[in-house]
Ligand binder design. Structure first.
Ligand code: ADP
Ligand code: MG
Length: 565
């Protein structure tokens, strides 16, 4: 019980830091059970991990606040943020190293399933990290008593009990997330790949902040009449906005008129966003993948031949391997890998694409014969991708009108407002022929799934650990994820590291493809929760947020030791 904890703390006060280890265990408090799962070795080591479990009859959330997966994630997210806010208000205990730190892994602007909070019919459980307080290397027992006996009960009282929370805000969270998931689930039925609500705020505060841009100059989104559609949402009711149809869509317009901002909002639209973000109802099909050039990345036996053929030195492009990809080969590999794992929408921006991968105009075709040019540009594949593979594309292209010939829909951004210029673009395409020859062949793109080998996933040296949002340390190697743009949370990166470890120990049988393996992982997660991939399953699992299949595959594909059959 709580009294046992107090006794232990009295006893170890002033002793060497290692004596804190005695605390590991379970303690019953009035309104919750405290699990001290892991105690740090010294005040500078990574924080100690605890769980606070409040029985549901005390927390008292109505079942309807979490009775489906959308609502559950929403309530968990809400409570994580509410605990975070309570922690912020606590007095700070200063001391050596991380003394007195109390941390919960709150998300950013997205609402993603995370390990920080679990809500179910039996309990509400918050997973916290704590810096056990010290003076020098000695235990600050009274500090620890304040944290455990004073702060934790406050966190529970103000952060986890329904009666002290703002019920309206809880419902706002729950209903908004449910509406977002519902809208996303309806896109395909309506022949759409993305939806941008009227009134949405797309621009962000800065290049390093994901928060909405504020101020009088922000232009809320307003859909063009011809593309405006309505949805009937379960909670919010009717909503209108721009529907982007399946097929090939171009976003054109002058420089600085908001093209990339629109595309970036769409690429994040695979996730749900918190109320007030401005992108709550910018919703994209869940499997959309941003494609960009990424020279320098590694490629492991990827069939890039639909885009690249006849390289110098007779390099085989059906099993293309390189330690140092070029702009165009990396972009081709990114597309093929996305198709391999499954996608229905590719997102490309001229700003981050390789020019020679995107276009090859008539003049260049005259000067450099097709047999001298290994690349079949994207313009000659994009229609086929939709026709044969059912994969749509949204492409930002302000610099070349050649794409008018292959687009189904052309949206012009002007002063941050969209206009439907499809008809105009079609007429221009008729009047001004590009005179370019269509390149490539008409063979459908068929991808043979690759089968990972065990040896490529052995960790040599230290363990797997994420260093920051964009880097996973994998033994002596580092997986660079800087250009995997739809990875949005450091804890997703953490989770990817754990998932790679999990599949290496469990599912790499040298018979299953990458996709088959990942399907098994997601089935486990669906059945047993996100914690299942953690090496501390059953305890505080670390700070994890659910990544998409696409980002896990992206990490495998960028692991330099990764090998396939
Ligand atoms: P483009 O890709 O067309 O060159 P960007 O999308 O990069 O243009 O946008 C240029 C600038 O305009 C950015 O700083 C962006 O934050 C800002 N911006 C984009 N959309 C809006 C908007 N709706 N209201 C106000 N500013 C915006
Ligand atoms: Mg741009």
């Amino acid at each position: 019980t709580k009294e046992d904890l107090k006794k232990k703390l009295d006893k170890i006060d002033g002793k060497g830091y290692k004596a804190y280890k005695d605390l590991e265990g379970e303690y019953e408090f009035e309104k919750f059970i405290l699990h001290i799962d892991h105690v740090q070795g010294d005040p500078f080591a990574s924080l100690s991990r605890i769980r606070i479990r409040v029985p549901q009859n005390i927390a008292d959330f109505e079942f309807s606040m979490y009775n489906n997966p959308s609502r559950q994630v929403a309530l968990e997210d809400f409570l994580t943020r509410s605990v975070f806010d309570v922690i912020k208000m606590l007095p700070s205990l200063k001391g050596t190293g991380h003394s007195g730190d109390i941390y919960i892994d709150k998300g950013g602007q997205q609402i993603i399933k995370r390990s920080a909070m679990v809500v179910n019919e039996d309990y509400v459980e918050a997973r916290l990290s704590i810096g056990l307080p010290a003076f020098g290397r000695r235990i600050n027992g009274s500090g620890a008593q304040r944290i455990f006996l004073e702060f934790l009960p406050q966190i529970v009282e103000k952060g986890l009990l329904k009666k002290h929370l703002n019920i309206q805000d809880i419902w706002l969270w729950v209903e908004t997330v449910e509406d977002q998931d519902y809208l996303r689930s309806q896109l395909k039925k309506r022949g759409l790949v993305a939806f941008v609500a009227d009134g949405a705020i797309l621009p962000r505060e800065s290049g390093i902040s994901d928060r909405p841009l504020k101020g009088g100059n922000v232009v809320p989104f307003e859909s063009p009449d011809s593309l405006r559609i309505k949805f009937q949402l379960p909670n919010r009711g009717e909503i209108t906005g721009m529907g982007i149809p399946e097929g090939v869509t171009l976003i054109v317009g002058g420089g600085y008129h908001g093209k990339s901002t629109l595309l970036q909002a769409i690429q994040k639209g695979v996730y749900n966003h918190i109320p007030g973000d401005g992108r709550e109802f910018v919703i994209t099909v869940a499997d959309a993948v941003k494609i960009r050039a990424e020279d320098g990345r590694r490629i492991e036996k990827v069939d890039i031949s639909p885009f690249i053929n006849n390289l110098p030195n007779n390099v085989d492009t059906t099993r293309f391997t390189t330690e140092n990809a070029s702009g165009s080969t990396s972009q081709a590999a990114n597309i093929i890998e996305a198709i391999e794992i499954g996608t229905s929408l590719l997102l490309l921006d001229e700003d981050t694409s390789a020019t020679n991968f995107m276009i090859r105009d008539a003049r260049m075709q005259k000067l450099i014969a097709k047999k001298e040019e290994p690349i079949t540009p994207f313009i000659d594949r994009v229609k086929q991708l939709y026709k044969d593979n059912g994969i749509s594309t949204i492409l930002v292209m302000g610099g070349s009108g050649d794409y008018f010939d292959v687009a189904n829909c052309v949206i012009k951004m002007h002063n941050y407002r969209p206009y439907d210029v499809t008809q105009e673009a079609k007429e221009i395409a008729k009047e001004f022929k590009t005179n370019r020859e269509v390149e490539g062949n008409n063979e459908p793109i068929v991808i043979k799934p690759r089968i990972p080998l065990k040896k490529g996933l052995e960790v040599k040296g230290k363990k797997i650990k994420s260093k920051d949002e964009d880097t996973i340390r994998f033994g002596y190697q580092e997986i660079e994820l800087d250009y995997v743009e739809q990875l949005v949370d450091k804890s997703q990166t953490n989770a990817i590291g754990e998932i790679i470890r999990y599949i290496a120990s469990k599912y790499v049988d040298e018979k299953s493809s990458i996709k088959e393996i990942l399907k098994k992982v997601y089935k486990d997660i669906y059945e047993k929760g996100l914690d299942v991939v953690s090496s501390f399953y059953g305890k505080h699992p670390g700070n994890l947020a659910l990544p998409r299949l696409q980002e896990v595959a992206a990490a495998l594909n960028r692991l330099r030791s990764f090998t396939v059959k």
